[in-house]
Design a protein around this ligand. Structure first.
Ligand code: SF4
Ligand code: SF4
Length: 452
């Protein structure tokens, strides 16, 4: 962080009102942090190269495995109601398990060192025995091949008990993501069982049962109706003492890719969803950090998004979603949608359809707005699926970055505008990194800034 005083001196130097020496320590620190680079350096190419390397990295094979396409809930915004499982496609077969093990062995022979599994659905716990059997086969295969193994699960929580949580931990599952759709009255309208029973209380029990042996990440699905009431959810979890053992994050509900602006599917009375726009999402996330602190939950120390190599699993060459019958998808959102499949798993590995090219050829820097955008390393284009559907998703943080940065540096909201860097004035024109390095020796012993 740069103190207000150091920043004022830097501006004076940049605008020619103070000598270069006055801002020496700040310039040295900015250079060390990569904020100042030589004029000729092609930072865009460096950003693109980081993306290529992350996309092609096959050290980790990430498989999102769907032991069953069935789900015990009927959430109105989920793909499930629109999916008519084809007979024989709903539960993973022994043949697919064999093929998964072959796929892992072949990947290890090509250099993969770790298999990462995400259990997904449908509701993966509807396929409990399938999940257990497949886990045991894959763990044994990895051990025999000298390959690391780790797993996580995305579950609605309603079928998660303390016994199952312990068994999952024994099967090397380290994290469970469990969703709540707001406070009880809203959640129980949306996350309803196929038996029409409310589920909020059962999900909170499951979170409490799982927390002692799994890292639990509670995901609150938010829309305009839930947004003003997220604190109620935190208060309920904190009252159970769960603020000391679980993390909580927000996930804005979104219309289906390609359907932005249209009504959500199957909007029954009381369940219609009013999507938040990006500005609302950004503002809510900032306010949510304060709520987390107020209720004693862990909060990221800076609240700043971190650079990422790829947008998501769909943007990684060594990541695949495998459905129960071996159908391969690139994105977990398209599970169960046969027309979105990119291939099929068989004894000889994955046989890709032509459609895989659409994913492989998608390159966000081809979008001129993204190519010129300073946030590209933080978002990598947000969502390949939406881009393939013709949308232009963007990073909500873009709307609040100055406020969040200023706050993280200790500025008041009123001072936030001053954070916009102004380093191209006449006082710095023609100054190279070598000039700045030469200043280092002359810089004060106590630097006026502490870049992190
Ligand atoms: S913030 Fe938006 S415009 Fe910028 S790179 Fe990301 S998606 Fe593209
Ligand atoms: S393509 Fe979009 S919806 Fe699919 S996994 Fe990536 S971010 Fe999620």
């Amino acid at each position: 962080m740069i103190s207000a005083e150091a920043y004022a001196t830097l501006r004076d130097t940049a605008e020619g009102r103070a000598p270069l020496d006055a801002a020496a320590a700040t310039l040295v620190a900015l250079t060390a942090g990569g904020f100042l680079v030589e004029d000729g350096e092609d930072e865009r190419e460096a950003v693109a190269e980081t993306h290529r390397a992350a996309r092609e990295n096959c050290e980790t094979l990430h498989l999102v495995l769907v032991p069953t396409l069935s789900c015990n809930l009927a959430c109105p915004y989920c793909f499930e109601p629109g999916v008519t499982p084809v007979a024989g496609r709903t539960a993973m077969t022994e043949f697919v398990r064999d093929d998964l093990c072959s796929l892992v062995r072949a990947a290890v022979a090509e250099g993969t060192r770790t298999l990462r599994v995400t259990w997904y659905g449908g509701e993966p716990l509807v396929g409990w025995q399938n999940l257990v059997d497949t886990s045991e086969r894959l763990i044994a295969t990895c051990e025999a091949a000298g390959c690391g193994y780790s797993a996580e699960i995305v579950t609605n929580g309603t079928l998660l008990t303390a016994d199952r949580a312990r068994k999952l931990a024994a099967l090397k599952v380290t994290q469970a993501q469990i969703s709540l759709d707001g406070p009880p009255d809203i959640h129980d309208l949306r996350r309803i069982g196929r038996n029409r029973k409310p589920t909020f209380a059962a999900v909170v029990e499951a979170i409490a049962a799982a927390a002692p042996c799994l890292r639990v990440a509670v995901r609150i699905n938010v829309c305009r109706r839930v947004a003003p009431r997220v604190e109620e959810v935190l208060a309920i979890l904190a009252a159970r003492g769960l603020n000391r053992s679980v993390s909580v994050h927000l996930a804005p509900l979104r219309p289906a890719p390609g359907a932005a602006g249209s009504a959500p599917p199957a909007a029954a009375a009381g369940t219609a969803i009013d999507w938040l726009d990006d500005r609302e999402v950004a503002a809510l996330r900032v306010a949510f950090d304060d709520l987390l602190r107020r209720h004693g939950f862990p909060v990221h120390p800076t609240g700043l998004p971190q650079p990422r190599g790829t947008a998501c699993i769909a943007d990684q060459d060594a990541s695949f979603v495998i459905e129960p019958d071996g159908t391969v998808q690139k994105c977990d959102w398209t599970v169960g949608i046969a027309g979105a499949a990119v291939g099929r798993l068989g004894p000889g590995g994955i046989e890709f359809d032509e459609d895989i090219a659409r994913w492989r050829d998608l390159d966000v820097p081809d979008d001129p707005e993204c190519a010129a955008c300073r946030f590209l390393p933080l978002c990598r284009g947000v969502c390949p699926l939406r881009r393939l559907a013709g949308e232009k998703p963007c990073l909500p943080f873009r709307h609040v970055w100055a406020r969040v940065l200023a706050r993280s540096a200790g500025f008041s909201p009123d001072e936030a505008e001053a954070v916009e860097p102004a380093l191209d004035g006449p006082g710095l024109r023609g100054v190279g990194l070598a000039d700045i390095a030469a200043l280092a020796d002359r810089a004060e012993r106590e630097p006026p800034c502490d870049l992190q």
